[in-house]
Design a binder for this molecule. Structure first.
Ligand SMILES: C[S@@+](CC[C@H](N)C(=O)[O-])C[C@H]1O[C@@H](n2cnc3c(N)ncnc32)[C@H](O)[C@@H]1O
Length: 326
């Protein structure tokens, strides 16, 4: 096979083939015209090289594996094992970096220094586009409620019910708003003094800071386990769950139950459906994962809690979740 055919068949580039050749991994012969000719053995080797490269092996590592012809399987086995250890180490280092950078962001959010949110919105590099929040909340932050929810009666009915619920508490009650977005909920409750707004979108939090200056912003994913000592009198979430795939909803519920004090309350406002048909009927243009009400309540019970359900719209329900009474 010539170079062009090999590239097409094995989805490799000429440059990759040169690197493998220079690294001693393949030895194509030259035809009369001095063009490279790849043998069947070369093809098999290239396939193996591509697989090993995808697993993270360097050209040097692969050369070593190929050279150790005796006990070949043993050497591959050990090479895989050491690669696994290396990946675990890198993973630990990445986790550490991730934690450090999240801490740094949260320290900056906790400080009073003014942050230029216009810069945040406008200076978007190509890297930003590649890595931005997968759910696009970053892009929706600027005029989230005004643009997407202004006319949405169901949304406003849920928010009104949540405001009424919160209004019954002392202003210094320790509260966590999970997936708090731009803090529209707190618009009429801005005299609360001990509220933490958790969200995994920095732009959402930047607007939250502006709309509810007394709130403490926390950049975190609700799927991450909470800190050990963290506990709140009230944990609230409005319209968060339907953005998470169903398997993630269980983790989020567990984490939110985990951060409420023993006699605290978890209050969830969400669009719920009675059955699969209603999920299909109510599906909008974007992907959403409206939970089924009965399995959701059962899930709370499995987690040692009871849920009091109030329906405030066609789909919207408010769940007051407390520890199961013995
Ligand atoms: C539909 S908005 C609701 C915002 C606000 N609670 C409201 O009712 O106006 C959902 C919010 O949840 C945040 N969110 C989505 N998935 C999240 C996750 N896994 N962890 C933390 N926040 C999340 C989004 O960034 C967004 O701000």
């Amino acid at each position: 096979m010539n170079t062009k055919e090999i590239c097409k068949q094995l989805s490799v580039t000429t440059k990759m083939l040169r690197v493998y050749e220079e690294g001693g991994l393949i030895h194509p012969l030259r035809g009369d015209n001095n063009y490279r000719e790849y043998s069947e053995e070369d093809v098999l080797r290239i396939q193996m090289i591509v697989m090993l490269r995808n697993l993270g092996f360097s050209v040097k590592d692969i050369d070593k594996i190929f050279r150790e012809k005796e006990n070949h399987l043993d050497s591959v086995l050990y090479a895989f094992y050491f690669q696994l250890q290396a990946i675990k180490l890198q993973q630990r280092q990445l986790d550490e970096n991730r934690n450090n950078i999240t801490d740094a962001i949260n320290q900056m959010l906790a400080g009073n220094s003014p942050v230029d949110r216009v810069l945040l919105q406008n200076e978007r590099s190509s890297i930003y586009d590649e890595v931005r929040n997968h759910s696009d909340f970053d892009d929706m932050a600027e005029d989230y409620v005004e643009r997407f929810l202004k006319e949405n009666k169901e949304y406003h009915a849920g928010i009104a019910e949540a405001r009424q619920f919160l209004d019954g508490f002392d202003r210094d009650t320790k509260i966590l708003d999970a997936g708090g977005g731009t803090c529209y909920l707190w618009k009429e409750l801005s005299d609360f003094t001990n509220v933490t707004i958790l969200d995994n979108s920095l732009p959402m939090l930047m607007y939250a800071r502006q709309n509810f200056p007394a709130g403490k912003c926390l950049l975190r994913d609700v799927l991450e386990p909470p800190e050990e000592k963290e506990s709140y009198d009230v944990v609230i979430s409005t319209f968060l769950f339907h953005h998470m795939p169903y398997d993630q909803q269980r983790i989020a519920l567990q984490n939110l139950i985990g951060v409420k004090k023993l006699h605290g309350i978890l209050y969830i406002v969400e669009r719920f459906c009675e059955d699969e048909e209603e999920i299909e009927r109510s599906r909008g243009r974007s992907i959403d994962y409206k939970p089924l009400i009965h399995p959701f309540v059962e899930m709370c019970e499995e987690m040692g809690c009871q849920a009091e359900v109030v329906r405030v719209g066609q789909l919207v329900r408010c769940l007051k979740i407390t520890e199961m009474k013995m």
